[in-house]
Design a protein around this ligand. Structure first.
Ligand code: ZN
Length: 339
């Protein structure tokens, strides 16, 4: 059988233009410009800050923050990195984009206020799609192919809170998985997690991994803000991964990390109630299967016993719902297994 694949889609030009030259040595601060005609600016643009630092031949690392716009450790550490980077201290290329879904980042929201796009659910993107899909397509066809290492910073955002961890995924290609795990270890967050995604389809992670890139991600806290502690984890992780990749010189800064695994769906606890959350364990607590994790109180009526939620497995309480109120189907908590 002969398969005819239309070149039409892949030939479409992405409307984003770059003010930086990815092949030029030195440090360049600039922007990616995506035309956006709207009421306040008829010929306006979405202008996404980017820094490229390059010195000679060597590996390329692509750093992103604000894939979700309300997750801040990555953006803080990456704006800081852009200010400090000097081309003569590196071998290879560093691409820094602190605000990947820039409209979401500007608005302090998880998703884009323009089109509702969740960046981590639209890959591989579409050059003729929504604004979020156009940005994803630019990453998919222009930026990811440049990279050897891809580090995408996440945190819990306004609705989740996590023990700070760096993570890699279980991959079919075990050689690639080994490289990703080595990068996760080098990052050296306080916790290192083999992550099971709830829904991996259309994620940036999956796009990078399918191209054979060494990909790691993080969850460094949550609640829609940062702490000095979690920002320093991001900064140290950046220094370490740059050393691991051979882009900067020096030994890794190694502190204790706890290895955790999320082997299957039994890790996750979801709410089937609407109401007020009473957390019964803290992040980092060891829990047993059957242990009470949280209660959800009915706020419409008083004098009604709360719904109770229990751990399904033994492990460490690793992530939780952040706001005081919760809805039916919302993530309530996750228990990871120490390895
Ligand atoms: Zn995120």
């Amino acid at each position: 059988m002969i398969l005819f694949i239309s070149p039409y889609f892949s030939m479409k030009k992405n409307p984003i233009s770059s003010s930086v030259d990815f092949e030029k040595d030195g440090v360049q601060h600039g922007f990616l410009k995506l035309p956006h005609s709207h009421d306040e600016s008829a010929w306006g643009s979405i202008v996404i800050p980017i820094t490229v630092a390059k010195n000679g031949v060597g590996p390329t690392i692509l750093f992103t923050g604000a894939n979700h716009g309300d997750e801040y450790e990555g953006p803080v550490a990456l704006f800081d990195l852009a200010n400090k980077i000097q081309a003569n201290n590196i071998s290879g290329r560093i691409i820094i984009i602190p605000g990947m879904n820039y409209p979401a980042f500007q608005a302090g929201k998880r998703t884009s206020p323009i089109d509702g796009g969740n960046m981590n659910r639209v890959f591989p993107g579409n050059p003729e799609g929504t604004f979020t899909e156009k940005i994803a397509d630019y990453f998919n066809r222009t930026l990811l192919p440049l990279a050897d290492y891809v580090v995408d910073f996440h945190s819990g955002g306004k609705t989740l809170d996590f023990l700070p961890f760096c993570c890699a995924h279980v991959l079919e290609d075990k050689k690639q998985q080994k490289k990703c795990v080595a990068a996760m270890k080098a990052f050296n967050a306080p916790h290192s997690v083999m992550l099971l995604e709830i829904d991996a389809v259309n994620m940036y992670d999956t796009a990078a991994e399918n191209m054979g890139k060494v990909f790691i991600s993080t969850e460094l806290g949550g609640g829609g803000s940062t702490t000095a502690y979690t920002v320093e984890i991001a900064k140290k992780g950046i220094r370490n991964i740059l050393r691991h990749a051979g882009i900067i010189k020096g030994n890794l800064e190694v502190d204790k990390t706890i290895y955790l695994d999320m082997p299957d769906d039994s890790c996750y606890i979801f709410s089937e109630s609407i109401g007020l959350v009473e957390h019964c364990v803290n992040l980092g607590d060891k829990v047993k299967a059957g242990q009470l994790i949280a209660k959800v109180h009915n706020i419409e009526r008083i004098g009604i016993l709360p719904d109770e939620y229990h751990a399904k497995i033994d492990g460490v309480f690793t992530g939780k719902h952040f706001p005081g109120l919760i809805g039916n189907g919302d993530f309530l908590g996750v228990v990871a297994v120490p390895v």
